[in-house]
Design a protein around this ligand. Structure first.
Ligand code: ZN
Length: 214
């Protein structure tokens, strides 16, 4: 885990210490002949955009690249409590990454979730959607549907369905889903998306589905 993003550096360093601690505990348990819990499922969380690529800009100057990075960090932090899911982040700082770099950073993961927000010229438009690559396998669609359904149930956002798009995620040979977590041009959703409590709800919903799906 790289820790080069100032606002999250302390959290990031703490998480790295926890992972090192877990690894060390595992080695000690093995040495003592005590069986370890089953191995982790590694899931890559990809905060969309970054650097000069801001993504959408919404109400109160909320910037997509910043909000999705915050949510990615909250997912990583919440995952420390998960007995099963280990999160890797494709980016932990405000930097531009080409798709190839995002793929490289996800190497070894068993699933890939790309986080995005949506925007519209109509401020009334709101809701959560999942996107899967064209011709995605059934297990990818199932994961997208499960994630979307659970996110809808905890956020009460309108359900915009699972949609198909020619995404670069098709280059991954693991389940890869793009989540659109709300509209930053809708005043109500924008306000929520900036709140840590809402970000935690989203993170916990995603982790709960990942734990059930693998
Ligand atoms: Zn986006």
């Amino acid at each position: 885990m790289l820790c080069y993003n100032k606002p999250y550096e302390v959290i990031c360093q703490a998480m790295r210490a926890i992972w090192v601690g877990l690894g060390l505990a595992g080695v000690l348990l093995s040495a003592a002949g005590i069986s370890q819990p089953r191995s982790f499922i590694i899931v890559a969380i990809d905060a969309g955009h970054g650097g000069d690529d801001t993504g959408g800009i919404g109400i109160d100057n909320l910037i997509e690249k910043d909000i999705v990075l915050q949510i990615a960090h909250v997912i990583a932090i919440e995952s420390v409590n998960s007995p099963k899911i280990k999160i890797v982040l494709t980016r932990s700082a405000d930097q531009y990454l080409a798709p190839g770099e995002r793929l490289a950073r996800a190497r070894g993961a068993q699933a890939f979730l790309s986080l995005h927000l949506n925007f519209s010229h109509d401020p009334r438009v709101r809701g959560i959607a999942a996107f899967v690559p064209t011709n995605a396998p059934q297990r990818t669609r199932a994961l997208a549907d499960a994630l979307r359904a659970h996110l809808i149930s905890v956020t009460k956002a309108p359900d915009l369905g699972t949609q198909t798009a020619p995404l670069w995620l098709r280059r991954l040979n693991i389940p890869a889903v793009q989540l659109s977590l709300g509209f930053i041009t809708n005043p109500e959703e924008a306000r929520k998306l900036a709140q840590l409590a809402h970000q935690k709800r989203i993170a916990q919903a995603i982790l709960a589905v990942l734990e059930e799906s693998f």
